[in-house]
Design a protein around this ligand. Structure first.
Ligand code: UD1
Ligand code: PEP
Length: 427
């Protein structure tokens, strides 16, 4: 269990220590959350392995328990989910407001129980992040949906019907939510302009083990033939490509002294092409272990975030920390979220030279960063601050660090094992 403490929690990072050793990548947050929500689709037991111990995972656990799922920790990282009786068809404000992915209970609840009341979701404030595509898709499948007093009310008394849904823009949780709704709908659902992220594919793989009929996952057209019921299954969650990318950046900054184990290189192919342009190669040193090899002088680059298989927005902040010490002018364009540069003023406190110009950040590499008090403004921004703090001269105190615990399992112990000086406190 993860403890939430009173007051403003911070992490203090002592920069300039040589990091080396091996770090193991955990299960993916963004796969674990939809897979946990999918357990609402059956009355049989589902067992999930490789669940990361993250705040978001425990928020999803409480939400599912509130709805009526009995969740047992069989061993570390292995949980069984058994839906015995419906306790509530409401996902209340308290857990939902903490986590964007709570919206993922909507599709399964409407599909299986024909009604749901779900608070409008919260999560990282990196943009307005509406859920209109989820709601319009459910309406097209025959649900009546209204949003009132901060809650989404959806009902489909005669069940959901398969149809063709074209998302106006690619949406990861939207694709997952509607895929889960469609597996129990009557007839065929075609999802066009679907998200292709590995986490969407992981969800489809588990749903197929449960008896769902899905084709085309991982492409932008997914076809789902609804079935009457789903059975139980056991599934192992894929490694977290964003945590892996975060440690790849550290491996590069510490001259290849950090070996990253359980590294899902196949999900990071595009990221690797960007790294190659900077002068960094991820080299395989074991079955699933990789290490960064870098040229003496790293080169500035232009990066644009884009849906999978391209450069993930969830690695943008961490790469900005790296580029802030790469000599020359780099540019990062954020195409997915309109407010995902909140780490820029914080990096500037550490001495980075970065200007924002609309959707683009222009980074002029400096020779070194220097420690300062900063704020973790969102999940990946927190990781960017930790990276910057580790390479800065002196001490960096990062406030509002709870964001980090939403997405990085045991980050303190993983970093300490590499020789970093990190400690937590409360002010
Ligand atoms: C739990 C989870 O998996 N979170 C990930 C997921 O978030 P999430 O699924 O919330 O992000 P989306 O893919 O839905 O968002 C993509 C874009 O579509 C817009 N949009 C989305 C839905 C909608 O109904 N209307 C709408 O306008 C969003 O505001 C955003 O601009 O994908 C993001 C993009 O890779 C990642 O940063 C998040 O880490
Ligand atoms: C933005 C993220 O998470 P969420 O969608 O859960 O807010 C993230 O994982 O970087």
């Amino acid at each position: 269990m993860i403890e939430i403490k009173e007051g403003v929690e911070f992490i203090e990072v002592e920069g300039g220590k040589e990091l080396k050793g091996t770090v193991r990548i955990s299960g993916a947050k963004n796969a674990a959350l939809p897979l946990m929500a999918a357990t609402l689709l059956t009355d049989r037991t589902v067992v999930l392995n490789n669940i990361p111990y993250l705040l978001d995972v425990f928020t999803m656990k409480s939400l599912l328990e509130h709805i009526g799922i009995e969740i047992t920790e069989e061993e570390r990282g292995k949980f069984s989910f058994c839906f015995t009786e419906v306790n509530s068809l409401e996902a209340p404000y308290e857990p939902v407001s903490k986590m964007r992915a709570s919206i993922l209970v909507l599709g399964p609840m409407v599909a299986r129980f024909r009604q749901a009341k779900v608070a409008l979701p919260g999560g990282c404030s990196i943009g307005t992040r509406p859920v209109d595509f989820h709601l319009k898709a459910l309406e097209k499948m025959g649900a009546k949906v209204k949003v009132e007093h901060g809650y989404i009310y959806a009902e489909a008394p005669n069940g959901l019907k398969g149809t063709v849904i074209e998302f106006p823009k690619k949406t990861v949780t939207g694709t997952e939510n509607i895929m889960m709704a469609a597996v129990l709908a009557d007839g065929k659902t075609v999802l066009k302009n679907a998200a292709r992220e590995p986490e969407v594919v992981d969800l489809a793989n588990m749903l197929k083990k449960m008896g769902a009929q899905i084709e085309g996952e991982g492409t932008d057209t997914v076809v789902i033939e609804g079935v009457k019921r789903l059975k139980g299954a056991e599934h192992t969650i894929i490694p977290d490509r964003i945590e892996a990318g975060t440690f790849a950046v550290l491996s590069a900054l510490f001259e290849g002294s950090i070996i990253v184990e359980n590294y899902p290189s196949h999900y990071l192919k595009y990221v690797h092409t960007v790294m190659e342009r900077i002068g960094i190669s991820m080299v395989q040193v074991g079955t699933d272990s990789f290490v960064a090899k870098r040229s003496k002088n790293l080169r500035p680059v232009r990066i644009e975030t884009k849906e999978y298989p391209y450069f993930p927005t969830d690695l943008q902040a961490q790469f900005m920390s790296l580029l802030s010490v790469v000599e020359g002018k780099s540019v990062i364009r954020e195409n997915i979220f309109e407010n995902r540069f909140m780490h820029v003023p914080e990096l500037r406190r550490l001495g980075a030279d970065i200007q924002i110009n609309g959707r683009e950040a222009v980074i002029n590499g400096v020779k070194k960063l220097t420690g300062a008090p900063v704020k973790a403004t969102d999940l990946r921004a927190s990781a960017a601050m930790v990276i910057a703090g580790l390479i800065a001269e002196g001490t960096t105190r990062i406030y509002d660090i709870y964001h980090l615990d939403r997405g990085y399992e045991n980050i303190d112990s993983k970093l300490k094992a590499l020789g970093a000086s990190v400690s937590r406190g409360i002010e």
